[in-house]
Design a protein around this ligand. Sequence first.
Ligand code: ACO
Ligand code: ZN
Length: 223
Amino acid sequence: KETKDQLIINAGQKHFGAIVCRSCGMIYTASSPEDEMRHVQYHHRFVEGIKYAGWKKERVVAEFWDGKIVLVLPRDPSYAIRKVEDVQELVDNELGFQQVVLRCPNKTKTFLFISDEKRVVGCLIAEPIKQAFRVLSEPTGPESPSSKECNRAWQCSNVPESAVCGISRIWVFRLKRRKRIARRLVDTLRNCFMFGCFLSTDDIAFSDPTPDGKLFATKYCNT
Ligand code: ACO
Ligand code: ZN
């Protein structure tokens, strides 16, 4: 199979310990068939993206010339939840998160950007923020002074007290970046998070942003 060939070509040097796949970046153990299976699956999704065939009952919250945004809520049918879990696994792997448990899983709102090619090309996971959430955007653990400074500058541009919505994850399929997909996801979130009001950028906070996330958020919040 195609994926297998690619695997052999792209995978790093094989040994009994951990292997880092050079194309998808996943770390796995070749000696564990289970691990290797997980890698094949992840690798395929990383390269091809996650398919979305369409659901009978889908909540389309925005439509564009190049795709649409579908909202998934915690009590949605299991096929929708499973799709969200697949996407989240891909995203978390890419962000280097391991088994991150969402704060309020029953209040999570997941926005999926579906491309014309029927693939999930963007994902935004939002949660209501509690007071304690504010600490999350503060530097956690040992960090270099420069990254701390970044974090601080980042925080000043926000008013945590009035924040009501936390963006726990934002991700765009790597081949679809810089096409304003993330921007449209956040716009849609602001429109849909609380019924009847459009959230200001002060009301939303990005939790634990990556460098990409910071660049995007800074730009987004200033425009
Ligand atoms: N470098 C510099 N500026 C950027 C970048 C970047 N990597 N990404 C976005 N911007 C700025 C630009 O000004 C851009 O406008 P322009 O293209 O007209 O110049 C503006 O933000 C809007 O960008 P979008 O096209 O809407 O952003 P995109 O759809 O590419 O998605 C994202 C941005 C989600 C950060 C994407 O790069 C990604 O998925 N990265 C990997 C995952 C990740 O790091 N996610 C953030 C984690 S933090 C968190 O989840 C809370
Ligand atoms: Zn791989």
